[in-house]
Design a protein around this ligand. Structure first.
Ligand code: UDX
Ligand code: ADP
Length: 479
């Protein structure tokens, strides 16, 4: 089947950049990205390309080239589903927060809603592609909803037939455009060979055919969960090694290099840090854990669960180190937090370690100054408030965090270090590497500490400065 019109339901971190690249590489296609959020669509249509809803290097240029040519953003759900030959489902799949599987299983209500919208409006034969990360066998749910409409006596629609494919996205935020333009592989799972061929044809416009892997539906759905679980496990592994380095005098950079040079291990994803964040890792592992439990594999479930448990403990441990170095109390101490996004080159803060760490420091009574080059004040406020309200809010001082001096957004980094007790680097933004640490060391208090939880600074420069230096995975504490 020749595809001319594509519709993507969901204009988020995955849907937006992915469709932008498809439109750019296949200018014969019409690509319509739809969303229920008018605000999100307005942001995608903003003339000022610096106000797109997502910051992603390289994205602006593509939007400039393709928007309103063959790439359209709108809330016209009915019209765009009607005209689509192929529909990507790219909506959010958060972890369920109540009922059976709460805290573990994926909440599929947005996916279910998409299936209902498709069953209502799609016309003729339609290919449906799962782009969001979904629990294994979600395709069956979509199939059931669509079949019930097709076979209904009171048939309301014009959908004649459909096929479902799984085409998980492996892009990482911050490098999304590069990952989409030069993917390691494209994975397409399905049972209908004709539909698979149609999707392969789209990707083959810019991806080598030998990088396009086709599998059955369930293998594709499972591979996405497992890829993220493996990656997250590597981060937890290297963070655990960082602690062994701190205890023994080994150095995490050296150990990472030494083990990563073994081609069987590989050099990527061996950077110790404050713990993994982002919208996928925790959610996907918990989803996997739920799946294992469901299928009667408790030992397998517990193996993967530990990756998440360790990640949480690792962040708590960082707090302990900070409190200990600051003489056991943070009450009324000025602490500068550098970085709020979950990694550099993105404005995404979902599951960012900074949320937990900042909230805990507030709980200890610290006065925080929080800086991030791409995350704004409103976003930071929302994340901290949500975290506190979902967690033990009674343990936070009454008017926290915003009605007194305990938290402020930093607009002017150069002038914020005066009399600080500590500076904590939580995101590896390039600009933090290039700060004038000599000048900063003259502004902070004499006993101040700099905590480099990302291992981005050269510890040698701190030997002569008036700043105590702590770095993840090293035992050197130099003055
Ligand atoms: C991840 C997967 O990489 C991607 O394939 C999938 O589609 C979505 O989930 P993302 O969450 O955007 O992508 O970022 P990623 O680069 O994987 O980083 C995840 C977290 O791990 C970040 O908090 C990052 O700082 C941390 N990390 C990563 C480390 O601490 N050390 C590393 O070596 C790598
Ligand atoms: P991801 O990181 O997976 O892309 P996001 O939360 O960034 O997740 O984006 C998902 C988008 O899907 C949101 O903008 C949300 O408004 C949109 N969405 C959810 N359900 C629907 C729906 N039924 N129809 C259209 N858009 C939807």
């Amino acid at each position: 089947m020749k595809i001319n019109n594509i519709c993507c339901i969901g204009a988020g971190y995955v849907g937006g950049p992915t469709m932008a690249v498809i439109a750019d590489k296949c200018n014969y296609l019409n690509v319509n990205v739809i969303d229920i959020s008018q605000k999100r669509i307005d942001d995608w249509n903003n003339d000022d390309l610096d106000k797109l809803p997502i910051f992603e290097p390289g994205l602006k240029d593509i939007i400039k080239r393709r928007r309103n040519k063959n790439l359209f953003f709108s809330t016209l759900i009915k019209e765009n589903i009607e005209s689509a030959d192929l529909i990507f489902i790219s909506v959010n799949t958060p972890t369920k927060n109540k009922g059976i599987g709460a805290g573990m299983a994926s909440d599929l209500r947005f996916v279910e809603e998409c299936a209902r919208q498709i069953s209502k409006y799609a016309i003729g034969h339609t290919i449906i592609v799962e782009k969001s990360t979904l629990p294994v066998r979600t395709a069956q749910t979509i199939e059931t909803i669509l079949n019930s409409e097709i076979n209904s006596k009171n048939k309301r629609n014009h959908l004649k037939s459909f096929s479902i494919l799984s085409n998980p996205e492996f892009l990482a935020e911050g490098t999304a455009i590069n990952d989409l333009e030069k993917p390691d592989r494209v994975l397409i799972g399905g049972h209908d060979q004709e539909s698979i061929k149609s999707l392969v044809e789209i990707y083959s416009q810019w991806v080598d055919i030998d990088k396009i892997i086709t599998t059955n539906l369930w293998s594709s759905e499972l591979s996405k969960l497992i890829s993220n679980a493996f990656l997250a496990q590597r981060v937890s592994s290297i963070n655990s090694v960082a602690l062994i380095c701190q205890a023994t005098g080994a150095n995490i950079e050296e150990v990472s290099k030494a083990i990563g040079s073994d081609s069987r291990i590989g050099k990527h994803f061996l950077k110790a840090g404050p713990g993994f964040g982002g919208s996928c890792f925790k959610k996907d592992i918990l989803n996997l854990v739920y799946l294992c439990t469901y299928f009667g594999l408790p030992e397998v479930a517990s193996f993967w669960k530990n990756v998440v448990t360790f990640n949480s403990w690792h962040k708590e441990n960082l707090i302990k180190i900070i409190v200990h170095k600051l003489f056991g109390t943070l009450v009324d101490k000025k602490i500068i937090i550098l970085g709020f996004s979950f990694k550099s080159n993105t404005n995404d803060t979902r599951e960012s370690p900074s949320i937990f760490i900042a909230s805990q420091l507030l709980k200890e009574g610290a006065n925080l100054v929080i800086h991030d080059p791409k995350v704004n004040e409103i976003q930071i406020k929302k994340e901290i408030e949500n975290f506190i309200s979902e967690n033990d809010h009674q343990n936070y001082p009454k008017e926290l965090p915003f009605n007194n001096n305990s938290w402020q957004f930093c607009n002017d980094l150069d002038n914020s270090f005066n009399d600080a007790h500590a500076v904590i680097i939580l995101t590896e933004w390039e600009e933090y590497k290039n700060l004038d640490w000599r000048k900063i060391s003259e502004k902070v208090l004499n006993t101040a500490w700099l905590f480099d939880t990302r291992g981005i600074l050269n510890k040698n420069i701190f030997k002569e400065l008036n700043l105590n230096f702590w770095q993840i995975g090293t035992s050197s504490e130099s003055k």
